[in-house]
Design a protein. Structure first.
Length: 249
């Protein structure tokens, strides 16, 4: 997997990319384990935190700051998980539900280019059974054969009266994505709430601050014209922001 990313020249970019690599590796493993339900019914990962400042496999650093892995683990261990896999001739969408109750959902499946243009779209409904693991949707690869998948992302969204969630699927390795520079806007809603948006795809958005605070999400993707709300644990004076595109410069 180390060859999935371009190696950046700056040390701070190297640390950022190494965290993305770690999170991607654990995401792949955990989703594979959960798709194997009921033959595999759980996952333990190494390790939670560090006892001194060091680059390691921990998900929380010595200072208590969450790495990309810790944010990803929170999503990968959600009771209801969307997992998209690439097979020989199709893309399969699994939904793993660890809740005991069933619920009805609507699916919105959209192929977007990185500027936000809809290339393909489909809607359907389904009933997600309790304590289940099933393929709920399949897309033949031939449907996407005319599109440049180096600059496209598949968005799979489920919505219901109980919950809503989204999973993004990229068709090539991060180093092969044809990213363009995003104009990331940060709007302050109140002292502890900010709203982020971007004109084009912003991949792996990383937020930082010189003051110690906790971000409710980090290292996330922002689709064109999508609005992402982030909560802070305490007020700060300013927020630093970067994305994967910045490491390529």
């Amino acid at each position: 997997m180390a060859r999935d990313y371009k190696v950046p020249g700056r040390f701070e970019d190297y640390l950022y990319v190494s965290q993305l690599l770690q999170a991607d590796g654990m995401k792949i493993a955990i989703e594979a384990h959960r798709r194997a339900k009921p033959y595999c019914m759980g996952t333990l990962f190494w390790q939670l935190n560090d006892c001194w400042p060091v680059t390691s496999w921990s998900s929380v650093d010595y200072y208590g700051r969450w790495k990309a892995l810790q944010y990803q683990i929170k999503k990968s261990f959600d009771n209801c998980l969307i997992s998209i896999t690439e097979e020989k001739n199709t893309y399969k969408v699994y939904i793993i539900n660890d809740d005991l109750n069933q619920f009805e959902v609507q699916f919105d499946i959209t192929l977007l280019d990185f500027n936000g243009k809809k290339l393909w779209n489909a809607f359907t409904t389904a009933v997600i059974m309790g304590s289940s693991n099933s393929v709920y949707y399949e897309i033949p690869k031939e449907k996407f054969s005319t599109f440049n998948l180096n600059k496209a992302v598949l968005s799979f969204t489920i919505s219901s009266e109980i919950q809503g969630m989204q999973q993004l699927h990229y068709f090539v390795k991060p180093k092969d994505l044809q990213l363009t520079k995003p104009n990331i806007q940060i709007k302050k809603i109140d002292a502890l709430t900010y709203e982020l948006s971007s004109d084009v795809l912003a991949k792996n958005v990383y937020l930082s601050s010189e003051q110690e605070t906790f971000f409710s999400d980090n290292y996330f993707d922002v689709l064109p014209n999508q609005k992402i709300e982030i909560k802070l644990s305490k007020p700060i004076q300013s927020i630093g922001v970067k994305s994967l595109f910045d490491t390529l410069q």
